[in-house]
Design a protein around this ligand. Structure first.
Ligand code: UDP
Ligand code: MG
Length: 319
């Protein structure tokens, strides 16, 4: 759709349960904005009826566009696909489960236009609907990230945000293999503002972020923005060296007094401890090498199997 003002990117993984509620709530909000828009629903290789449902709703909602990834490639990869395909002057990314209230989109767009900004973050002022575990792990995550990436990263800002076309074009040119947009966007330094909202309960279905995916996101965030884990090896090495010198002096003093330090237990433990430390450091190094390797391979991180907009175009091309 040429001249699209707003694109709403919604990554979805096995979200069949939530789609009817999403359509019911999102559509009136967008219809009432008074701008041309498209919804880019990215089906992240769902195994349920997500794509089927989206396709069906698309029959009666022409602004709903389905982009289907062939495999489950992860939330951030699905966002990348959506950002790459979105045509709007403004691009909002929002979760499918209605935890981010769609009504806030109107406010984001108004703030960005009135103040001439490129980025508006949705900041969760209230997470009382999340589990205690989620609240604590998220709190620790944002504290660590703010320390690592810098204070520009808004705390409690997930992937509900509005970006201008300029920002999206910059993002598209970045060679990131595992982008973490909530850190990447603030690091670009565009003029931004925050709008706060209370996080709602998931409208239906289960979370698609098991612990495994949370840990993966935290590690991607760390490795993308910091080489500090690599320096752990240096610090541990320095610490072991000092400890070794101290032990040596102690050994000489004991020896001068006519005895020796007894036992092979201490020796054995020291060897075991240092081997463990060495293996951990090697593992960390390997993680970074693997990232370099993946970057050099330059394989796409997702494959688009279907795009309803592209298919429509294809039909229009005269044979
Ligand atoms: N999601 C995705 N691919 C994945 C995991 C999640 O596209 O591999 C989507 C999911 O459908 C939802 C959004 O990412 O729209 C956020 O996921 P969820 O709401 O389950 O995370 P939580 O709110 O529990 O952190
Ligand atoms: Mg959610």
């Amino acid at each position: 759709m040429e001249g699209t003002v707003l694109s709403v990117v919604v990554p979805m993984y096995n979200e069949e349960a939530v789609i009817p509620a999403l359509v019911e709530r999102l559509r009136p909000v967008l219809d009432n904005l008074g701008v041309t828009y498209e919804v880019v629903a990215v089906d992240d290789g769902s195994r349920d009826r997500t794509a089927h449902l989206l396709f069906e709703y698309g029959r009666t909602w022409p602004e709903l566009r389905l982009v289907k990834l062939r495999r489950n490639s992860g939330h951030q990869a699905a966002l990348t696909a959506g950002l790459q395909r979105a045509k709007g002057d403004w691009i909002v990314s929002i979760d499918a489960d209605l935890q981010d209230p769609p009504e806030t989109i109107a406010e984001m767009l108004r703030v960005a236009r009135e103040q001439g900004l490129d980025v508006v973050y949705g900041v969760r002022s209230d997470r009382s609907t999340d589990t205690v575990f989620k609240r604590h792990t998220a709190g620790a995550y944002y504290r660590l990230m703010r320390r690592m990436v810098g204070g520009d990263v808004p705390a409690q800002a997930g992937d509900f945000r509005l970006l201008s076309r300029d920002v999206v074009e910059v993002l598209k040119k970045l060679p990131e293999r595992a982008p973490v947009y909530r850190l990447l966007v603030p690091s670009l330094g565009f003029a931004s503002a925050e709008v706060t909202y209370a996080r709602e309960r998931r409208a239906a279905g289960e979370t698609k972020y098991p612990l495994r995916k949370m840990v993966a996101l935290a590690w991607d965030s760390t490795a993308n923005f910091s080489a500090a884990p690599l320096r752990i090896a240096t610090w541990l090495g320095a610490f072991s060296f000092v400890a070794c010198i101290a032990l040596m002096i102690f050994g000489v003093v004991v020896w001068a007094n006519g005895t020796v330090i007894p036992g092979w237990t201490s020796l054995f433990l020291a060897v075991l401890l240092l081997s463990a430390v060495q293996l951990i450091c090697l593992g960390l190094l390997g993680e970074y090498v693997a990232r370099i390797y993946r970057t050099v391979q330059d394989r796409p991180t997702f494959h688009i199997g279907f795009d309803s907009a592209a298919e429509a175009q294809r039909i229009e091309i005269p044979q």
